[in-house]
Design a protein around this ligand. Structure first.
Ligand code: CAA
Length: 445
């Protein structure tokens, strides 16, 4: 069977940066270590006044197409995943195609376009849609572009404000991919949950503490479901575990639970058992409470073991590098975690070809998906072609007053404008409103 997966990938960050420990925390009267140690964040990417989900998506896709030498006729499908859409009818992908048609000859008139919504998991769902479209043989030899783009902004003073971010990841999905191929097997954990939602409002209503519990519960179900189709898996089967990263501290919580699950009934459980005993099993306890208490004690002890800490440092920590500097990119977050991991391997001269990734996606509301990916032979060349550091380094550092102004300028309910803090160059920008309330964009040379 021909492999299908991600052939190439690009990111686009918002052009501004909010320093969380040094600029945001003091204004909130909070200890900077809540950010650096607790949430695991140093900065948020933020959109300048001329940026939005369309500009970031189009800028990422533009670089992707140019770098891969693609023309519009090579693309049979453009799907955009977002939870920051501003139109209930016209999909963001049409705006993105319109932008790209300004800079490429030809058009996307024969490409299928859509928009996917299921909170942060929609990016992975779009990836799955593109995979299925190619596997079904309906692509006429063409590739798909999948873009995950979000301005993950919260209302001022919402606890989520600490985890904001803005950016896009564009992916080229094709046969015989250069970067990673996707597994046929997938596992799902899905339930009707009220943890994070935006009922026709721009900023989310969030039950933050509950959202953390729902993330963990759905991920566990998805892992179980994955194992039920793929068979037992072992922690050492995977070079990296990129997970949805609303903030790195969330992944730290999830990782130890995943590890506990993965080592059950393996040689690792036996080895670790010599130090901390075996994992508690439900049938050994009279009631649920006693079992949960024992499991919590075991998990705490597990997180302190050298074996776990080594696994975490090698397999999980490298996935968090970019998230620490940009915050939550919602639909793009897990795809940024994959880039972060592969970049770590390239920088450390690790040979990854043929190695596997355990990919955990999550969207509030709520659904988790686990699948695996196999790193392809040309992965290093692809990853080294990215300009992640350049983009992150050139962001403009906001003062708190500027942050307040630009947050207001992006607030749909406020009628304020603010000066651009950066000068756009070789990029798409928001260019005002059209006669039917549509957004207009232009390319700045
Ligand atoms: N030094 C070290 N650590 C500190 C500290 C200090 N001085 N002060 C606080 N901390 C730690 C806390 O102990 C806590 O860690 P633990 O959870 O491990 O105990 C962490 O820093 C955060 O502190 P708080 O819990 O006090 O922070 P908070 O109450 O302000 O809110 C939050 C945290 C609930 C996650 C909030 O940021 C939020 O609502 N975020 C949005 C929702 C979200 O991201 N949920 C994640 C799951 S849902 C999802 O994944 C979908 C999505 O993308 C939104």
């Amino acid at each position: 069977m021909t492999e299908v997966g991600i052939d190439a990938i690009e990111i686009r960050t918002g052009n501004l940066r909010l320093d969380l420990p040094n600029t945001f925390a003091p204004q909130k009267g909070e200890d900077p270590e809540k950010y650096t140690k607790g949430l695991g964040l140093t900065g948020s990417s933020f959109p300048d006044s001329y940026e939005d989900i369309v500009t970031m998506a189009a800028n990422a896709a533009h670089r992707l197409m140019e770098r891969k030498g693609l023309e519009p006729e090579d693309i049979g499908r453009i799907d955009v995943a977002t939870e920051s859409a501003f139109d209930n009818s016209k999909p963001v992908s049409t705006y993105v195609a319109g932008c790209l048609e300004q800079v490429f000859e030809g058009d996307f008139h024969h490409a299928n376009k859509g928009e996917r919504k299921f909170a942060c998991i929609a990016g992975t769902q779009s990836l799955d849609d593109a995979y299925n479209w190619i596997r079904a043989g309906r692509n006429r030899g063409r590739a798909a572009i999948v873009i995950a783009t979000d301005t993950a902004l919260y209302a001022r003073d919402d606890p989520g404000e600490a985890t904001q971010g803005a950016g896009a990841v564009a992916m080229l999905i094709d046969e015989e991919p250069d970067l990673v191929s996707l597994s046929l097997e997938q596992g799902y954990g899905s339930a009707d949950e009220t943890d994070f939602l935006k009922p026709n409002q721009q900023f989310p209503s969030v039950d933050g503490k509950r959202s953390v519990q729902v993330y963990l519960a759905r991920m566990r179900e998805a892992l179980e479901d994955y194992k039920s189709v793929a068979g037992d898996i072992h922690p050492d089967d995977f070079a990296y575990g990129p997970f949805h990263t609303p903030f790195p501290g969330m992944v730290r919580k999830a990782a130890v639970l995943a590890y506990r699950n993965l080592i059950r009934d393996t040689d690792i459980e036996d080895v670790i058992g010599e130090q901390i005993g075996e994992q508690p099993r439900r049938d050994e306890f009279a009631d649920d409470d006693a079992f949960v208490d024992a499991l919590t004690d075991y998990t705490d002890a597990l997180s302190e073991t050298e074996r776990y800490q080594h696994w975490y440092s090698a397999t999980i920590e490298p996935t968090l590098g970019i998230a620490r500097e940009v915050g939550n990119w919602y639909t793009a977050s897990v795809h940024l975690a994959r880039i972060s991991a592969l970049r770590h391997a390239a920088e450390n001269d690790i040979d990854l070809a043929g190695d596997r990734l355990l990919v955990g996606s999550y969207g509030s509301g709520a659904q988790a998906e686990i699948h695996t990916e196999t790193v392809q032979d040309n992965w290093r060349e692809e990853i080294e072609a990215l300009n992640v550091d350049e983009q992150l380094d050139r962001r403009y550092d906001l003062t708190f007053a500027e942050y307040e102004d630009v947050h207001d300028a992006h607030n749909h309910d406020m009628d304020t404008e603010t000066e651009e803090l950066t000068t756009p160059e070789s990029e798409f920008v928001f260019d005002g409103w059209g006669r039917m309330g549509e957004r207009k964009y232009r390319y700045v040379e």
